[in-house]
Write a protein that binds this ligand. Sequence first.
Ligand code: SAH
Length: 351
Amino acid sequence: MKLTQDLLIRLQAGERPTAPELATLLNAQGKACDLIYQAANTLYQRVMGYVVHLRGIIEFSNVCKNNCWYCGIRCENKQIERYRMSQDQILDIARHAKRWGCGTVVLQSGVDSFYTAELLSDIVRQIKNETGLAVTLGVGVRTRDELALIKSAGCDRYLLRFETTSNALFSALHPDESFLQRIRCLNDLRELGYQVGSGFMIGLPGSTAEMIANDILFATELKLDMIGCGPFLAHPDTPLAGKPLLEDRSMYYKTIALLRLLNPYAHIPATTAFDALEQDGRNLVLTRGANVFMPNLTPGKYRTQYALYPNKPDVDEEGEECVLRVRQRLLALGREIGTGPGHARRVSVES
Ligand code: SAH
């Protein structure tokens, strides 16, 4: 307990901890664990008020050429039906998102070359022109030229997780990609003026507190605008089927709390996977450092097919219902809903 208190004081003073020190915090139990949650919540409230931003997510294609070992939409999974949404369908949802009070739409998909940089630029431009919403893209690694074209269409942000900092684990899980390629892409994004989001899966098979500590430190070094992390959940139709959760469930939440403590201004979403981990998991993360909620706006008929992991929540409701429930949920937690785009603070163009 005393050790946790001392480490927290140093963190709060802006000191960068070592990986072993962070691992100690990740292993904290009982009252010491609660202290970490409280420190993260206090910092979030001090820096961001009680505001939570809504980013409506549209999972517009589950076609993927990659074969990542953990992911339910990997190309070798023949158990799911594949779908692609049209430009009009995507635009229609973005219009609704605006009406429902989302400041941002997040367009996410598998690694699907059907959506060329030209097509993605058209989609982004149309959404921006018609709705004025902030647009975030999460479509995997793209070349610098492609990213430049999409940026010139007005795209605001980009999400690309590094997934793990263990090079050996990264290579084992990604037959089609390299860690360096992802880092290069993140650098391109930053240089091109995007607000950049990255992050990792918590509790990949074989991970230890020390490895998670390294992931937290690496995410912090990247000086990210958004940090998206969620629990790894084994999908039955992947090579990682049946892999267990972390024995200490609180480690998932402590990871988010520590990310907040090290990155006071970053946008940190309560990712959907937390609700698949346990009921109301996202509410818990919102009281332990997270400040962004992503209502799912993907049409009901496609949601079950965008199954990255099992037990995905809200697969039986439509966008409007989802946003309404999210609003109730946040108000019940005493949170205010952010207005405007909720841009990153460092590269702020806040209106
Ligand atoms: N094609 C895009 C989007 C990938 S899906 C891209 O490459 O960025 C978005 C995120 O879902 C991934 O980055 C991964 O971290 C997460 N994810 C995939 N499978 C998962 C699983 N089984 N459990 C938890 N998270 C998973």
